[in-house]
Design a protein around this ligand. Structure first.
Ligand SMILES: NC(=O)c1ccc[n+]([C@@H]2O[C@H](COP(=O)([O-])OP(=O)(O)OC[C@H]3O[C@@H](n4cnc5c(N)ncnc54)[C@H](OP(=O)(O)O)[C@@H]3O)[C@@H](O)[C@H]2O)c1
Length: 278
């Protein structure tokens, strides 16, 4: 049975497997081991298709359907992910975004975090949501948290500075500030976004998840940093609020991004994957 106790281990196994190998796992309670094919109660993964002979909930089946193709790509990937309404809003104008998407989607988000080596958010997301950015629902590895805080306006009041896990902040401010468990990296304000990207590339992470908000993701798309842009679209209309993206203005539709794409369904919501750099 795939549960919140073992899904992270399964994903880690797939992440660390070789590109060409077929994957077979034996699964018992919270232990997952690689095994030979014909044993009973195995999960077989063959060329991105899943053969199951054990129990898996529709939620975890959908999660594997989304994540296995990503993990089988076996290359460095920057993944930007946004949960939005059908009219493209990720929050109300007052910053409230709980909950646009189905609450069970948090299991997917925590799985996505668990395969990621680092997670990037903008300072407004910390201020409005006060997120923990951990994988606590599924007991996975916690990615290194990276926050872009241009003006270094965050304070120790937020959860990420009080749980003992480490953070990195990129800023263009010259202020001297101490934030708990945090390395503050000051970068030149000229070409700030490019400077951030150069610094992150030096860290040699394989999967980097950019969780928002709109300004952070838009700026990174403008700088061609995002490989996979993933929207989880809830069938609700908000009608006002913060747009998921605000990219550079174009005056001709032949300049619109028209990338390769794929779809998945997650708890009756549409997951759209746009492959921006392929
Ligand atoms: N639905 C979802 O999936 C989702 C996900 C995340 C967030 N949200 C919502 O989105 C809202 C926040 O989004 P947002 O667009 O307002 O803000 P944001 O992207 O979270 O943060 C923007 C701030 O981060 C700094 N920053 C980020 N990237 C930068 C860059 N490349 N260059 C310079 N500064 C950069 C700037 O700080 P300074 O101003 O100090 O320079 C900027 O003002 C919140 O309401 C949150 O609830 C929704």
């Amino acid at each position: 049975m795939i549960t919140s106790q073992n899904i992270a281990k399964l994903l880690e196994n797939i992440k660390n497997s070789k590109e060409t190998e077929n994957l077979y796992f034996s699964i018992s309670k919270s232990v997952i081991k690689k095994t030979t094919r014909n044993k009973k109660h195995n999960l077989s993964l063959i060329k991105n298709n899943i053969e199951t002979d054990f129990k898996i909930s529709s939620l975890y089946k959908s999660i594997l359907d989304i994540l296995i193709p990503i993990l089988r790509k076996k290359k460095k990937l920057t993944i930007a992910q946004l949960g939005q309404s059908i009219d493209g809003r990720i929050a109300l104008n007052n910053g409230n975004s709980h909950y646009i998407n189905n609450k069970k989607g948090i299991h997917y988000l925590h799985c996505l975090r668990s395969i990621s080596d680092a997670i990037i958010v903008g300072s407004n997301t910390i201020k409005k949501d006060d997120p923990q950015l951990t994988t606590r629902k599924i007991k996975g590895n916690n990615p290194r948290r990276i926050i872009i805080d241009g003006s270094l306006s965050l304070t120790n009041n937020y959860k990420i500075f009080n749980d003992g896990y480490k953070n990195i902040i990129f800023t263009k401010s010259k202020k001297n500030k101490i934030l708990n468990n945090t390395t503050i990296i000051k970068l030149d304000k000229k070409n700030f976004t490019k400077n951030i990207i150069d610094q992150i590339n030096k860290l040699e992470y394989r999967y980097i998840l950019i969780e928002g908000g709109s300004k952070t993701i838009s700026e990174l798309i403008n700088n061609k940093y995002i490989d996979l842009l993933q929207f989880i679209i809830a069938p609700i209309v908000i009608g006002s609020g913060i747009n998921s993206l605000n990219l550079k203005e174009i005056v001709n539709l032949n300049k619109a991004l028209r990338p390769k794409f794929s779809y998945n369904i997650l708890e009756k919501e549409l997951v759209v994957n746009l492959f921006l750099n392929s």
